[in-house]
Design a protein around this ligand. Structure first.
Ligand code: ATP
Ligand code: LTN
Length: 332
């Protein structure tokens, strides 16, 4: 009976590189907090990651490392369902069905497809184009009330809703139409080198982003080198992207308001402020890195988590797939 009253949440993250402070403050910290209020399902979206070419041994390591990191952050596999997407076959199965209810035209409008096909012009594959139908399957399989996503993913969530509505209009009430969830502390962390761009793990300038697992000395160096301005005053202001970003990070980590931060650094220089931000981030990430080191070394534990998570997810996922396919007329 437990959990039946709780609203449900589904989200996934791609194991496509080292997760950053942006991923943490913008998405993953909320995932952890949401476990208290909601019945959560979280997946490592490895199938999505092969829309761009991955080197097999690196890819395998990244899947394991992303799972270990989610556990280290505090995703509790007893409370939430945590699994690896490719280990639950219903995702690809339902994605195929949904792709037959998705129009070429609507997929062509996706900005991520346009961006990524420009970036990887030598590999504009069908998977990259069909990506939103797989994401729609990820979501609709688990009938979540809410899907926490960053602004960049809203268009994909919208298409998942459109597909669900379209399918339900033909076959009756099969899928729940999910709502986006805009986190209360939805920090958008910007690049430390070009604060008009978001902090992104695919930025070739490694000083622009902080990885959750970066060593303390690297974190401090990156903050000390962060681009600011020449005003030398720690307070939020129009066009002061660099300092606004550092204030946003410090605020997200310490819980202090922008006004309290301005008061704390009244009369002090940027050097002091950058050091304080670096120290706060180091202390926030230290226990995560320590837990991560233990978990990544414990292969047996990780495998047990994968197995249990996939079994739990597969039960729900298969039941939805079966229902949808029966409605279409499959003998299943
Ligand atoms: P890439 O660098 O390959 O574009 P990414 O770092 O943007 O990847 P994603 O895997 O696309 O990361 O995003 C995972 C989640 O983290 C999404 O919900 C996304 O909105 C969020 N996120 C990513 N970067 C930031 C950021 N700089 N600030 C806040 N949230 C972020
Ligand atoms: N497309 C997302 C990852 C993702 C996802 C999902 C998010 C795959 N499936 C389902 C929410 C729900 C990304 O690249 N950030």
């Amino acid at each position: 009976m437990e959990n039946t009253q709780k609203k449900t949440v589904l989200s996934c993250i791609q194991p496509s590189g080292a997760l950053t402070l942006g991923n943490y403050l913008g998405a993953l910290k909320n995932w952890v907090q949401m476990q208290d209020e909601f019945d959560c399902t979280y997946a490592v979206a490895d199938l999505h990651a092969i829309t761009v070419r991955q080197e097999p041994s690196k890819f395998r390591a990244q899947i394991n490392s992303t799972c270990a990191l989610l556990l280290a952050l505090g995703i509790d596999p007893e409370k939430s369902t945590l699994f690896v997407q490719s280990q639950v076959p219903s995702h690809t199965q339902l994605a195929w069905v949904l792709s037959c209810y998705t129009q070429f035209g609507e997929l062509s409008r996706m900005t991520q497809f346009k961006d990524k096909s420009a970036k990887h012009a030598d590999n504009v594959n069908l998977g990259l184009f069909a990506y939103p139908t797989l994401m729609a399957a990820d979501i609709l399989l688990y009938k979540p009330d809410f899907v926490p996503v960053g602004a960049d993913q809203k268009q994909h969530l919208e298409i998942a809703r459109d597909i669900a509505i379209r399918f339900n209009n033909i076959y009756g009430d099969v899928f729940k139409v999910p709502e986006p969830y805009i986190p209360k502390v939805g920090a958008r962390v910007m690049s430390l080198q070009d604060p008009q761009k978001k902090m992104s793990k695919s930025d070739e300038n490694a000083n622009a982003w902080v990885a959750i697992l970066d060593k303390p000395e690297d974190i401090m160096r990156k903050f000390r080198r962060a681009v600011t301005d020449s005003e030398a005053k720690v307070c939020v202001g129009e066009g002061r992207d660099g300092i606004n970003n550092l204030i946003g990070i410090y605020s997200a980590v310490t819980g202090k308001s922008a006004d309290a931060i301005a008061a704390e650094f009244e009369g002090k220089g940027y050097g002091d402020f950058k050091t304080a931000v670096g120290e706060a981030v180091i202390e926030e990430l230290r226990p995560i890195r320590e837990r991560y080191e233990q978990i990544i070394a414990d292969k047996a534990y990780l495998e047990e988590v994968y197995k249990k998570g996939a079994e739990r997810a597969a039960r729900v996922a298969f039941s939805t797939t079966r229902k949808a396919m029966k409605k279409v007329g499959f003998v299943i």
